[in-house]
Design a protein around this ligand. Structure first.
Ligand code: 6CS
Length: 339
C-alpha cells in the first residue's frame, strides 16, 4: 500500500514535471496591426489568435492601431524582435520594399471579388516572389489579402482629374502613391494615419482614399462630403512575422502558424462579402447629405491614362526586380480573369 502510494506520488510528480515543461515552452507572442479590433485587420488578427490558441499552448497578445504607435513604429518594433507579428499594408512597406509599391499601379487589380480573391490565393508573385523580398528585411511574409475597393472621399465632388487640381490629397507614405495622385492631378500629401482626421477637419488636406469599411469606422464622412468610386485600386495588406523568431520555431509550430494564417485568410475573404455596401448604408444613415458617385467608363478614362505613366514610374523606381514582379502579377491576374 505504502509502496503503491509512493509509486503514484512518483508518477504524479513526473506528470507534473512534464506539464511544467510544456507550460515553460508555451509563449506569448505579440501581434500588432494598423486598424481597430473591429476593422478588417482586427477581425483577421482575432481569428488568427483563436486558431493559434485552440491548436497550441501559445498565446497571442493583440495590439490594435494606436496602442504601440503608427504603422512605421510597429514595423520597426517587429524588425527589432520586440513584436513577433505585424500586419502592415504595402502603402507603408513600399518605402522599405520598393517592389511592394506594385499594389499602387492604378487599375492593375480587378474589382471582381471572386477574381481578386483567387488572385491572392494563387499568385506566384505574392506567394513565391514577395517572400524573398520581405526576407531581405528580416520579415517572414505569411500572407497578403485584400481589404476592399478604395474610394476617394473629398470636400468637393470629383468626376475627373481637373476636380483634383489644387486638392491636397492625403496618401499613405509611399512614393508611388504620391506619383499616382500627382498623375491624377492632385497635390499628394503623404501622412501617417493619425494625422488624417485632424488634417481634413482643419482643411490642411481636402481628400483621402480608403476602403469603405474604413471610411465608415474612422468617421471620414464627418470631415469630407463626397465619395467617389474611381475603380483605381483595391486595398492590399500583408501579415508577417519577425523572421529570426519564425525560423527559431519548431517545424510543428511553424506549420501551426501557417495553418492559422490560412484559416484567417479564408475567413477574412468571406467576412468582407457585402461589407462595402453595408458600410456605405451606415454612412448614408449617419450623413444623408454625403454624395456617392460611381465614375462612368468615360469618366474613368483619364485616370486610366494617368495609370500608364504611374506604371512606367514604378519600373523606373524598381528596375528589373520590379518589372519581374509586375510581369508575374499580370500573368497571375490573367490566369484568374474570366475571358
Ligand atoms: O490609410 C491608412 O493609413 C490606413 N488604411 C487602412 C484601410 N488600414 C490601415 C492604414 O493605416
Amino acid at each position: 500500500m505504502k509502496m503503491t502510494k509512493r509509486f503514484l506520488t512518483g508518477t504524479a510528480a513526473i506528470a507534473a514535471f512534464a506539464a511544467s515543461m510544456t507550460a515553460a515552452q508555451a509563449e506569448t507572442w505579440r501581434y500588432a496591426f494598423e486598424e481597430a479590433i473591429t476593422d478588417v485587420q482586427g477581425v483577421f488578427a482575432t481569428k488568427f489568435k483563436e486558431e493559434v490558441e485552440a491548436n497550441s499552448d501559445h498565446e497571442i497578445q493583440l495590439f490594435p492601431y494606436g496602442t504601440l504607435g503608427e504603422s512605421a513604429d510597429i514595423m520597426e518594433q517587429t524588425q527589432a524582435g520586440i513584436l513577433q507579428f505585424v500586419n502592415q499594408s504595402p502603402g507603408f512597406t513600399g518605402s522599405l520594399i520598393p517592389e511592394a509599391q506594385v499594389f499602387f499601379v492604378p487599375y492593375l487589380l480587378p474589382q471582381n471579388s471572386e477574381e481578386l480573391n483567387e488572385f491572392f490565393r494563387t499568385s506566384k508573385a505574392i506567394n513565391e516572389m514577395f517572400p524573398e523580398l520581405y526576407a531581405e528585411q528580416g520579415l517572414e511574409l505569411l500572407a497578403m489579402y485584400p481589404e476592399g475597393e478604395v474610394v476617394m472621399t473629398t470636400k468637393e465632388p470629383v468626376t475627373g482629374p481637373s476636380d483634383l487640381n489644387e486638392v491636397k490629397f492625403r496618401v499613405m507614405t509611399n512614393p508611388l502613391l504620391v506619383e499616382s495622385y500627382r498623375a491624377f492631378g492632385a497635390t499628394p500629401t503623404p501622412l501617417p494615419w493619425g494625422e488624417v482626421y485632424g488634417g481634413l477637419q482643419t482643411n490642411i488636406i481636402q481628400g483621402q482614399e480608403n476602403p469603405m469599411f474604413f471610411v465608415e469606422s474612422t468617421k471620414m464622412y464627418e470631415v469630407t462630403d463626397h465619395i467617389t468610386f474611381t475603380g483605381h485600386n483595391n486595398f492590399t495588406t500583408a501579415i508577417m512575422a519577425n523572421q529570426q523568431f519564425f525560423e527559431g520555431l519548431s517545424e510543428e509550430d511553424q506549420q501551426m502558424i501557417q495553418d492559422a494564417i490560412d484559416v484567417a485568410f479564408e475567413y477574412i475573404l468571406d467576412y468582407q462579402q457585402g461589407l462595402t455596401e453595408e458600410s456605405l448604408a451606415k454612412i448614408k444613415e449617419e450623413k444623408p447629405s454625403m454624395t456617392v458617385t460611381r465614375l462612368s467608363e468615360e469618366q474613368r478614362a483619364p485616370f486610366m491614362e494617368a495609370a500608364e505613366e504611374v506604371e512606367a514610374q514604378f519600373i523606373e523606381m524598381t528596375g528589373d526586380s520590379g518589372k519581374a514582379i509586375l510581369d508575374q502579377m499580370k500573368a497571375d491576374l490573367e490566369a484568374v480573369t474570366a475571358d
